[in-house]
Design a protein. Structure first.
Length: 366
């Protein structure tokens, strides 16, 4: 990708800025703080496609009535270990944090609990919610469907979302295992990054309206927005040779657990608009480790497993072998110390939002 100039922004200042934006949008203090923390955590973990670059979506979403900071979600079905929630257009960030808190609380008594949510909005990175189970010695699971952006194996039209899923598993002294991934080759946010930089997409990321590989990020985004055809390929890429059908299957699985289970919108019916993102559905679950064995023994073995991975011999020309979540853990430590790296283009967007809402900008790190 093109070498775009980056600035470093103080973490606390950036959270405060986002919190003030969310309050100006009508959120309560608690909702705004939660939402800001979730959004900035993506940038801290190095997932810039889902961080403050998305702030404009919430501004536009509220202004255009797609997201409602005042509405109350309601439970439409409930058992001792499960809930189905109608978000009724709530902003997905703080809502999802509260739902995952409820799931964890239920799992403390039962050992396992899950919840699905319909008619919600973009909730940031799935890993944030999965990681909420770590301090409770639980395995956390989170996923969401998205607007139809992914093209099925052997297809040419988008039929499912990037549909990310995350699983977080605690360890002892090693950083936790946190698998947080789209079920497509990349997310739309990555494509948007390439479009902002006016950089060609790498081969094998997406196809055009004829089902042929494309490198044109701008045309791809427009085709997906207006559902003309084309889209992002499933994890594994084009066809079956490299397992693209497996990524396709995972994407559909996320749609089933998030949307079909909650009675929400799924598949190609999930559509974005030019102004903001689509109404979507989520799924959350928590599993107590002591259902299987002593948590301390489990975490000790997790340390051994993860240490084996990090001590594996790297390929020629590579320095290290990583496991899921390790890079993000290290990026978080660096962000806390040196500030969050933000592209100059995204920074300029924040400047515009701050000017429009009369909010002071966070401090840049030297």
């Amino acid at each position: 990708m093109a070498n775009n100039h980056m600035v470093r922004v103080d973490c606390i200042g950036l959270k405060h800025f986002c919190c003030e934006v969310f309050k100006k949008l009508g959120m309560s203090e608690g909702q705004a703080e939660d939402s800001a923390d979730i959004l900035v955590s993506a940038d801290m973990r190095g997932i810039s496609s889902h961080g403050v670059a998305r702030l404009w979506r919430y501004v536009n979403g509220v202004r255009n009535g797609v997201m409602d900071p005042h509405t109350e979600s309601r439970v439409v079905h409930e058992t001792s270990i499960s809930k189905v929630i109608d978000a009724q257009g709530s902003i997905g960030l703080s809502l999802s944090r509260n739902v995952m808190k409820d799931v964890i609380q239920m799992a403390k008594g039962s050992g396992f609990a899950a919840a699905s949510v319909r008619d919600s909005n973009h909730f940031g990175i799935a890993g944030y919610y999965a990681m909420m189970g770590l301090p409770e010695d639980m395995i956390g699971i989170a996923m969401t469907n998205t607007a139809a952006l992914g093209v099925p194996t052997f297809g040419r039209d988008a039929q499912f979302g990037t549909n990310p899923l995350a699983i977080a598993i605690p360890a002892g002294t090693m950083p936790p295992f946190v698998l947080d991934m789209a079920t497509t080759v990349v997310t739309r946010g990555k494509v948007e990054n390439y479009n902002r930089e006016d950089t060609p997409l790498p081969p094998g990321w997406a196809v055009n309206t004829q089902g042929e590989c494309t490198s044109d990020a701008r045309a791809l985004l427009e085709d997906m927005l207006y559902q003309r055809g084309g889209g992002i390929l499933p994890l594994g890429g084009l066809g079956e040779a490299l397992g693209g059908h497996k990524g396709f299957g995972l994407g559909v699985l996320v749609d089933i657990l998030s949307a079909v289970s909650s009675g929400g919108v799924f598949g190609k019916s999930v559509m974005d608009s030019k102004e903001t993102s689509a109404r979507v559905c989520h799924f959350f679950a928590a599993i107590r480790i002591d259902l299987f064995r002593d948590p301390e023994a489990f975490k000790s073995d997790m340390d051994s497993l993860l240490r084996e991975i990090t001590e594996a011999r790297p390929a020629k020309g590579r320095e290290r072998v990583y496991y899921a979540g390790l890079k993000e853990h290290e990026h978080t430590l660096n962000s806390s110390k040196d500030g969050i790296p933000v592209s100059e283009i995204v920074w300029n967007n924040l400047v515009e939002i701050g000017r429009d809402l009369h909010i002071s900008l966070p401090v840049l790190k030297s």
